[in-house]
Design a protein around this ligand. Structure first.
Ligand code: F6R
Length: 601
């Protein structure tokens, strides 16, 4: 989703901005732009509907210009107005000296635009963000200082968002945000603002997160104004360094799929033992609870489905998943623990859900891959899922990390609450500890068997995914991956539901992927689709099309239920989605229309 960068540096501003924008590419975007102050007090503005790399090439072709180290940049994920150069950020005011980049949605944009137009302002784009430039312009005309002008402007705009403004006359750059991520940092070579810390690279040792009401100016030292009376604390920034390196893989998705078995091992080493002795739950210092609501979106919601099942199955505890964008209607009883599941920790739907009155009485535990995120700050406690930076827009390794971390939290809490049979916890842990091997085995099988299968599906219009029990959520995740990556329709169903309607979709050759976690009932469902000529792809034990679940089916813990369900079945489905996408010529790391950090509702 939209990414903001800004700098006042002694180095080259365009170079920094483009490098920082490249680091934010993983968020997903459809156009990009920068504005850099010129020595004469004007600005060089360059925008493109292609990738950052194209902007870099165009910069190189320009005649040399005298540029200062002050500049702002943006990757746009379209909401208001189509994808075009004129709608790409930065946007300017009527004078051309106020330059604005914005991440978020201005809910009262039409009203503001109408007032500004009737006051004589000329607009040159269709996007809501442009009103900010004209509102700031009005403030400056009235003699208001730039930082205060931004403070007033953000008050006038309804909704959430982060804004950075550059005045190209002075080269001053100010930023503010409301319910949206914006971070500031300093180095010996300058001061920087960004939507997330990956934009800073190795330059800075610490950063500060803007709160609602803060207005910050890139100066030395960074200047804070606004309505808060203190400054936010500085957080240490440890740069992982090689995150963008493909290490010989063709794309990040391939690399991230491969990382899963080892990642599972690391997570279980970290939280496994603490899960079965209750220490993990105790360390969170949260109160006891009687029910669980897991809030999330997309893949994170699917991971939440597995965690909710672990609460229900092992603790006989009511546990449900809540779609964050629909959470306003959720009825959360007393003593409900809310688990907010989010890889990015910046998903606006989740943050908004937690603001709802129906959530006010609940303690919130965040399970996130980003301990510096808005969600981490909002929650009463957090558990990191520690998947490492995930660059591929479609979630893969973070899903596995969320499932394992979430299930460990569930077992730990149930143990502490005395709701799980204590003799059972050891066998649960033993089962969890088999996961890295099961994932590795599944990966080997998937890489061998899936690519030719994917090639056979190139002409299919879509794919049906089926499962029963814990397999249903995995079928949902398989269908989501296929849609995201291939742009083909994919629909999942509980296999037993098929005969109640969806069976009408099945005809000769319809591809049907079935998570076959065993049992007579799923065998019956397989027979039903086979009888109608479906192109069957079963993911199960020996004899399946993709025999990836063999060992997992041998020793189920609790009456056929493994703590994570058949987690290893997700790998063949990830590989299938990626392989089919490649056959169809898609960009697997940056699927169209999608964003890694979804900061609008
Ligand atoms: C799917 C995917 C999305 C995210 C969803 C929630 O591959 O990436 O469905 O899972 O947008 O994002 P987070 O986990 O950041 O809250």
């Amino acid at each position: 989703m939209c990414g903001i960068v800004a700098c006042r540096t002694t180095d080259s501003a365009p170079e920094y901005l483009c490098e920082a924008l490249e680091a934010l590419e993983y968020r997903g975007y459809d156009s990009v732009g920068i504005a850099v102050q010129t020595v004469g007090g004007g600005a060089l503005r360059l925008r493109s509907v292609h990738r950052v790399a194209e902007l870099v090439e165009r910069m190189a072709d320009l005649p040399p210009r005298d540029l200062t180290g002050a500049g702002i940049g943006h990757t746009r994920w379209a909401t208001h107005g189509g994808v075009s150069e004129r709608n790409a950020h930065p946007h300017t005011d009527c004078t051309g000296s106020v330059h604005v980049v914005h991440n978020g949605i201005i809910e009262n944009c039409e009203e503001l635009r109408t007032t500004l137009v009737s006051a004589g302002h000329l607009f040159s784009s269709d996007v809501d963000s442009e009103v900010i430039a004209h509102l700031v312009e009005d403030e400056l005309v009235r003699g208001v200082d730039l930082a205060a002008a931004l403070g007033h402007t953000i008050e006038l705009c309804e909704g959430s968002g982060a804004i950075v403004v550059m005045d190209s006359h002075s080269g001053r750059i100010v930023g503010a945000s409301r319910h949206a991520p914006l971070v500031v940092a300093a180095s010996p070579n300058g001061t920087f603002l960004a939507s997330d810390i990956s934009a800073f690279g190795p330059r800075v040792a610490s950063f500060q997160v803007l709160r609602d009401g803060d207005v910050v100016e890139l100066a030395v030292p960074v200047r804070w104004t606004g309505t808060n009376t203190d400054w936010p604390v500085a957080v240490a920034h440890t740069w992982a360094g090689t995150e963008l390196d493909l290490h010989g893989y063709p794309d990040h998705m391939a690399k991230e799929i491969d990382e899963q078995p080892e990642l599972a091992g690391r997570i279980l080493d970290r939280v496994g033992a603490d899960a079965t002795n209750g220490a993990l739950w105790r360390s969170l210092e949260l109160p006891d609870f009687d029910r669980v609501a897991i809030v999330g979106c997309g893949t994170s919601l699917n991971a939440g489905g597995i965690v909710a099942a672990a609460f229900r199955r092992f603790g006989i505890m009511p546990a449900e998943t809540v779609i964050a964008s629909e959470a306003a209607d959720a009825v959360l009883g007393p003593r409900t623990l809310v688990i907010a599941m989010s890889q990015s920790g910046e998903t606006a739907d989740i943050l908004h859900a937690l603001d709802g009155e129906n959530f006010a009485h609940c303690q919130v535990l965040a399970i996130t891959n980003n301990p510096h995120s808005s969600l981490a700050r909002r929650a009463n406690a957090i558990v990191e899922c520690s998947a490492g930076h995930e660059i591929g827009v479609a979630a893969t390794k973070t899903f596995v990390a969320q499932v394992l971390t979430g299930v460990a939290v569930a077992i730990s809490a149930l143990h502490e609450l005395g709701r799980v049979n204590r003799s059972n916890t050891q066998s649960i842990l033993d089962d969890l500890r088999r996961m890295p091997d099961l994932l590795a085995q599944s990966l080997t099988v998937a890489k061998d068997i899936v690519p030719p299968l994917a090639a056979e599906l190139a002409d299919s219009l879509g794919v049906i995914f089926l499962g029963r029990g814990a397999g249903v959520v995995y079928a949902a995740e398989g269908a989501l991956k296929l849609k995201e990556l291939t742009y083909r329709w994919a629909q999942h169903y509980p296999a037993g539901e098929l005969k109640h309607g969806p069976l009408a979709l099945v005809e000769e050759g319809t591809p049907v992927v079935i998570v076959d976690s065993g049992g007579a009932r799923i065998a019956g469902n397989i027979a039903e689709v086979a009888a109608r000529g479906a192109r069957l792809i079963t993911i199960g034990g020996a004899g399946s099309t993709i025999p990836a679940l063999g060992r997992s089916l041998l020793a189920p813990v609790d009456n056929g239920f493994q703590p994570c369900g058949p987690l290893e079945c997700v790998i063949p489905m990830q590989v299938l989605a990626r392989e089919l996408a490649l056959v169809l010529g898609r960009d697997v790391d940056k699927p169209r229309n999608l964003a890694k950090s979804v900061t609008v509702e």
